[in-house]
Design a protein around this ligand. Structure first.
Ligand SMILES: [Zn+2]
Length: 240
């Protein structure tokens, strides 16, 4: 099975855009071991409802930064509610997108390439595909602008180069900088059709690219091949 990352063309015919807001998020951290203050987007779980935590959820409504020990205590309250294979990091988000959205959206959107949005008419094209849970976005937008669904995508697969860099033994932060997308290669393929290989990268299987061929074309999205053996350097780009 081949895998692809989805990128927007430089010029797209769609005007849609949005601000990245989410109902709840874990705070960023200051780590006592590596000295870094950080938090990264990507490991978000829109289908996870934290309202069951009551007051415990309220303190996750405002972005902030806390010491590592406070972060781990907050994360412990959340973990029982997330899928067991989830990666939960500083600034992991939960619940639907809540920012302001404007403009017209194509059938599929990857403005922020780690977040996949689809229009409701695309949902039937996802039948039989694994690894994506659709969650209606709670955007603030004009009446009659139509619904958008965000796809919750779980971690899976590994890129060549991942693991070669030491991570902080306390907070897990690495200083690995992803190479340009043309050089991405999967060392370990995911087991699902949709998978989050790193915080900021979602890959999809050739079945997704085939089943959504017309929708991706209409959305001005190209599929860049990231399959291949470790160390294989020559990129293979679909001329879509
Ligand atoms: Zn650290």
């Amino acid at each position: 099975m081949r895998y692809y990352t989805l990128r927007e063309r430089e010029k797209v015919r769609w005007s849609g855009g949005y601000d990245m807001g989410r109902r709840w998020q874990l705070p960023g951290v200051s780590c006592p071991t590596c000295g870094k203050t950080w938090g990264g987007g990507g490991y978000d779980y829109p289908a996870v409802d934290l309202s069951k935590l009551g007051d415990g959820a309220q303190i996750l409504e405002r972005p902030r930064c806390v010491p590592w020990a406070e972060f781990t205590a907050l994360r412990a309250t959340v973990l029982p509610l997330v899928p067991c294979d989830a990666v939960v990091t500083p600034v992991s988000g939960f619940g639907p997108l809540t920012g302001r959205a404007r403009g017209r959206f194509g059938p599929v959107s990857v403005h922020m390439p780690w977040t996949l949005l689809v229009r409701p008419d695309v949902m039937k094209r996802l039948d039989g595909l694994t690894g994506a849970v659709p969650v209606p976005a709670a955007f603030r937008r004009g009446q009659g602008d139509g619904e958008l669904l965000e796809l919750q995508v779980m971690p899976g697969g590994k890129f060549v180069g991942d693991g070669r860099h030491k991570s902080c033994k306390t907070c897990g932060r690495t200083n690995w900088v992803l190479p340009p997308p043309e050089k991405w290669r999967l060392a370990v393929p995911p087991s699902a059709d949709f998978a989050r290989v790193t915080a900021s990268v979602v890959v999809v299987s050739e079945r997704v690219v085939q089943q959504l061929e017309r929708q991706l074309e209409e959305a001005d999205i190209v599929a860049l091949d990231v399959s291949g053996q470790p160390g294989h350097e020559s990129p293979l780009q679909l001329g879509r």
